[in-house]
Ligand binder design. Structure first.
Ligand SMILES: Nc1ncnc2c1ncn2[C@@H]1O[C@H](COP(=O)(O)OP(=O)(O)OP(=O)(O)O)[C@@H](O)[C@H]1O
Ligand SMILES: [Mg+2]
Length: 320
């Protein structure tokens, strides 16, 4: 295999959230000791319940946040602690696309000025910008006569295309797709997914793909990581993970996927999670999933299990 584009090592992102009773600073451990690699041209799916830290991982990788700890090796260079100025050249190679394309598009700007903005900020000559904008518009399947219109004149799927065109402007190598299709009509979702896959094929872009839609993640991802409460608990190729999931949390998460066929749904063994999701503020020692795990043993509440390789390329953090 090629060497990784990005190596994430023991990444930590803690947010200060007020003071404890004794005046000690309380920390919310949104991402705690997460490690994984991203290979050039792959799609890495990231799944887990709301609040488990997926968006925070994405925002930290593209250095919208400065991590509390750990390393982010971008082609071997640790960018975790670079200051604002030094990190700029890396930030340009990394982009993020969001769930709600409308919120990120300036309503008073035309499509052509929206897509051209990152290049203008770079001081690129106008003629070059115009040519590049035309190329981008074609790449994302919009038409030339869309260029002089405003965002409100477009459908959700078209707006997402505008946002994607803009994020491609500086030829990024890595894009975090944070729920990029969940605000779109089901009929449009497949079109946007196909476009993202085609862009990956032609441009070799690496994706971190965050989604609640587990079947979409399976479809689009080469490898998938499962997060729980700021930790990565299981990681494997999409095929291996969906057919041979090992972590009790992964099993519970996957069993909650709706099944279209009523007969199959009847037979399916749905695992209902018991217990509350603990807050990642001053978490107890041990496995983060212990309080809700059906198989919890004494060791699970005492020692946080390390990630280990249980089959080639299949990593698991569980004592069982
Ligand atoms: N800027 C912030 N300040 C304080 N806490 C934050 C901040 N951003 C996120 N958090 C907290 O960090 C945890 C992880 O949040 P995050 O948004 O990464 O989760 P997520 O997995 O993306 O959830 P969702 O699926 O709902 O988008 C949550 O407990 C959240 O409240
Ligand atoms: Mg999120």
């Amino acid at each position: 295999m090629a060497s990784p584009l990005i190596e994430v090592r023991s990444l930590k992102m803690y947010f200060p959230v007020g003071l404890s009773l004794f005046g000690r600073r309380k920390l919310l451990k949104a991402v705690d000791d997460v490690s994984f690699d991203l290979y050039p041209g792959e799609t890495f799916g990231l799944v887990g319940e709301s609040g488990c830290g997926k968006t925070t991982v994405g925002r930290t990788l593209v250095r919208l946040y400065r991590p509390t700890g750990g390393q982010i090796l971008y082609q071997g260079t640790d960018i975790a602690n670079l200051d604002e100025k030094a990190v700029l050249p890396y930030r340009r190679k990394m982009q993020m696309i969001f769930q709600d394309p409308y919120a990120s598009l300036n309503p008073r700007m035309t499509v052509s000025s929206i897509i051209g903005e990152p290049m203008r900020l770079q001081g690129m000559p106008q003629a070059e910008i115009t040519a590049r904008v035309a190329e981008l518009v074609e790449q994302v399947g919009l038409k030339k006569d869309h260029l002089n219109r405003y965002p409100h004149e477009f459908s959700g799927g078209q707006r997402q295309r505008i946002g994607i065109a803009r994020s491609l402007a500086m030829r990024p190598e890595f894009i975090v797709c944070d729920e990029p299709i969940s605000a779109l009509d089901v009929s449009i979702q497949a079109q946007v997914i196909n476009m993202l896959e085609e862009l990956q094929d032609s441009l070799g872009i690496t994706y971190l793909f965050v989604s609640h839609d587990l079947s979409m993640v399976r479809h689009i991802s080469h490898r998938v990581g499962v997060m729980y409460l700021g930790h990565m608990v299981e990681l494997a190729s999409a095929e291996e993970l969906y057919s041979n999931m090992q972590h009790p949390y992964t099993q519970a998460l996957m069993s909650a996927v709706p099944i279209a066929d009523p007969d199959l749904a009847q037979q399916a063994n749905r695992i209902v999670l018991q217990g509350d999701v603990p807050q990642p503020i001053d978490p107890p020692p041990g496995c983060p999933f212990a309080s809700r795990c059906r198989y919890c043993k004494p060791v699970c509440t005492e020692v946080n299990p390390e990630m280990r390789e249980v089959a080639p390329g299949h990593f698991l953090a569980c004592h069982l």
